[in-house]
Design a protein around this ligand. Structure first.
Ligand code: IMP
Length: 179
C-alpha cells in the first residue's frame, strides 16, 4: 500500500496539529453549546474521530451517507442522501466532511438539515478542493486547502475503497491510478 504513494501532501504530524487548531476554532464559535456532529461516510470517519476528541462540548454524533462518487473519480450530479432521523429540530448541526470538491454534497446536506429545523448548520471539511467547485457553498472550518485538483488518498479518503487507513494524505503514483 505504501509503495503506491507518489507523494505525501500532509504528514501525520501536520494533520494532528491542524486538527487541534480546527477544534479550537470550532469551540470559539460554538462556545459551550451542545452540538450535533453529522459525519459523512465513509471518508470523514477518521477525521471526525480525531476532531471530536478535541471538542469540550456536549456532542451527539450521527453518520450520514452522501454518495456522489462511486468507484469512479467523476461525481454524479445530485448526491443521494441517507440521514438517520435523530431529531435535528433546534439543534446546532456541524457537518464534518472529508473533502469538499464540487460542493454538491455539502449543499445537499446543509439544505437537508435546514429542512429538518436545525437552529444552525455549519460545515467543517478536512480538505477543500476549491478549484473544482461547481456550486457556491460556505465551508466555515477548513483543515487544508488543496492547490490544483489532485486526487488524494489517506486519512479516510479512498480510491475504490482502498488507502483509507494511510495515516497521512498523499497522491498515488500515475501507474496505480491508470491501473
Ligand atoms: P462533492 O463536494 O459533492 O463533489 O463531493 C465530495 C466527495 O467526493 C468527498 O466526500 C469524497 O468522497 C469524494 N472526493 C472528492 N475528491 C476526492 C479525492 O481527491 N480523493 C478521494 N475522494 C474524493
Amino acid at each position: 500500500m505504501y509503495g503506491d504513494v507518489a507523494e505525501i501532501l500532509y504528514s501525520r504530524e501536520q494533520i494532528d496539529e491542524r486538527v487541534k487548531e480546527l477544534a479550537a476554532q470550532i469551540t470559539g464559535v460554538y462556545q459551550d453549546r451542545d452540538l450535533t456532529v453529522a459525519v459523512t461516510l465513509t471518508g470523514a470517519f477518521i477525521f471526525a474521530a480525531d476532531l471530536v476528541r478535541h471538542l469540550p462540548n456536549s456532542v451527539r454524533i450521527t453518520f450520514v451517507r452522501a454518495s456522489s462518487y462511486r468507484d469512479a473519480e467523476e461525481p454524479q450530479q445530485v448526491p443521494q442522501l441517507d440521514i438517520p432521523e435523530l431529531g435535528f429540530d433546534g439543534r446546532h448541526v456541524l457537518i464534518v466532511e472529508d473533502i469538499v470538491d464540487t460542493g454538491r454534497t455539502a449543499v445537499a446536506l446543509i439544505d437537508a438539515f435546514r429542512e429538518r429545523g436545525a437552529a444552525s448548520v455549519r460545515v467543517c471539511s478536512f480538505l477543500d478542493k476549491t478549484s473544482r467547485r461547481e456550486v457556491d457553498v460556505d465551508v466555515e472550518f477548513i483543515g487544508f486547502t488543496l492547490t490544483g485538483s489532485p486526487f488524494v488518498v489517506g486519512y479516510g479518503l479512498d480510491r475504490a475503497n482502498r488507502y483509507r487507513n494511510l495515516p497521512f494524505v498523499g497522491v498515488l503514483k500515475p501507474e496505480v491510478i491508470n491501473g
